[in-house]
Write a protein that binds this ligand. Structure first.
Ligand SMILES: Cc1cc2nc3c(=O)[nH]c(=O)nc-3n(C[C@H](O)[C@H](O)[C@H](O)COP(=O)(O)O)c2cc1C
Length: 211
């Protein structure tokens, strides 16, 4: 089993990475493979709602979004990490996640269906819970079981060295990882035991319009 961890920071080895590394190391100790995928620092456009993804199964922009989608289908779980920028998720990771989840939905790829997910937030001081809520919205729109910890998944600091001193934050990351590992093992056992996936329904779109 393999968990894909997204570093949504412009810093490859910054605070968000430090938190994700604690999650990854603990997952590894639990026998789960990990990969940290950095979104990088090249510009990531927001979704332009062109619907190209519905036609070709990929985002129209040839960038990290498509590279991520290419490997996401083989992952068993996901952790999306973001720094707080002005009380919200960073602009680049927001654009990245908008297009990842929209492309996945419109193309029918189903890379995320019933795969466990968690958001991890890094901030110097404030905006963590708003950003946590923001990331969880992608998961709960995608039929992803959200894995929790003993506190909301956040670390504090302006540098990786600060984060190393946030002992409660790092413990929150380790507990999150163990809970995700436990869920993954239960899911695998359930599938092996023949527990069927839930019945599915065709999507109904009403756009709040009533006749
Ligand atoms: C544009 C920008 C806006 C920021 N806004 C906030 C903020 O609203 N609240 C906060 O606590 N930290 C804020 N920060 C600080 C970062 O969230 C914090 O240093 C974070 O841990 C950096 O993580 P990273 O090293 O993974 O990029 C901001 C940083 C930048 C660059």
């Amino acid at each position: 089993m393999n968990v894909l961890l997204v570093n949504g920071s412009p810093h490859e080895k910054g605070c968000t990475y430090t938190a994700l590394s604690e999650v990854a190391q603990t997952l590894n100790e639990e026998g789960i493979g990990t990969e940290i995928f950095w979104i990088g620092t090249k510009p990531l456009a927001g979704c332009i709602s062109c619907k190209t993804c519905a036609k070709i199964g990929r985002c129209a922009f040839p960038d990290r979004v498509n590279e991520f989608l290419d490997i996401a289908k083989d992952a068993d779980g996901f952790v999306f990490g973001s720094p707080v920028h002005y009380g919200s998720a960073g602009g680049a990771v927001t654009s990245f996640m908008d297009r990842v989840f929209y492309t996945d939905r419109c193309s029918g790829r189903q890379s995320f269906y019933l795969k466990p997910a968690a958001g991890v937030i890094s901030a110097r001081r404030a905006g963590t819970t708003a950003t946590f809520d923001q990331l969880n919205k992608y998961f709960t729109l995608s039929e992803m079981p959200v894995i929790s910890s003993r506190y909301w998944n956040m670390v504090h600091g302006a540098t990786p060295e600060d984060v190393e001193k946030d002992l409660e934050g790092l413990q929150t990351m380790r507990i999150l990882a163990r809970n995700m590992a436990w869920f993954l093992k239960c899911k695998e056992a359930g599938i092996k035991a023949g527990v069927p996936f839930p019945a599915r329904e065709e999507t109904i779109y009403t756009n709040f319009i009533r006749e």
